[in-house]
Ligand binder design. Structure first.
Ligand SMILES: [Zn+2]
Ligand SMILES: [Zn+2]
Length: 121
């Protein structure tokens, strides 16, 4: 899959995709960045979500502490499961309005879990 620069800008209701998206904590620990490929234009997109709390030491578990609102669940997975993402591939697609909030192809999507495949604890 390569980034299709000819995809005209178009907004619409979020589609559902089970494409792999990764969640990482920004180096300063202040935001969580969801990265993947736009299901529409295939451009690489990264959507930051501020967490608003100072980072703490450590690696694993920090994320859930930072988000802090979903005790007992995987916070990273929660972001993936609950947020709507917008294409932020950064490319000015054809017919893109001048005042778009996100520079991309206008696509939005929800990430749905792929069919369960025996991922236990
Ligand atoms: Zn796109
Ligand atoms: Zn694009």
């Amino acid at each position: 899959m390569t980034h299709d620069f000819t995809t005209p800008y178009a907004e619409g209701p979020p589609v559902q995709t089970s494409a792999p998206f990764t969640v990482r904590t920004a180096p300063d620990g202040r935001e969580v960045v969801v990265e993947g490929l736009c299901p529409r234009c295939q451009g690489a997109t990264a959507s930051p979500f501020p967490v608003g709390l100072p980072g703490a030491g450590g690696t694993k578990g920090v994320l859930s502490r930072l988000l802090g609102r979903t005790a007992g669940t995987d916070a990273a997975g929660d972001v993936l499961a609950t947020e709507v993402f917008f294409c932020e591939c950064g490319y000015a697609h054809p017919q893109q309005p001048a005042d778009v909030p996100f520079v991309g192809c206008g696509a939005s999507w929800r990430v749905v879990a792929p069919p369960p495949g025996g991922d236990g604890a």
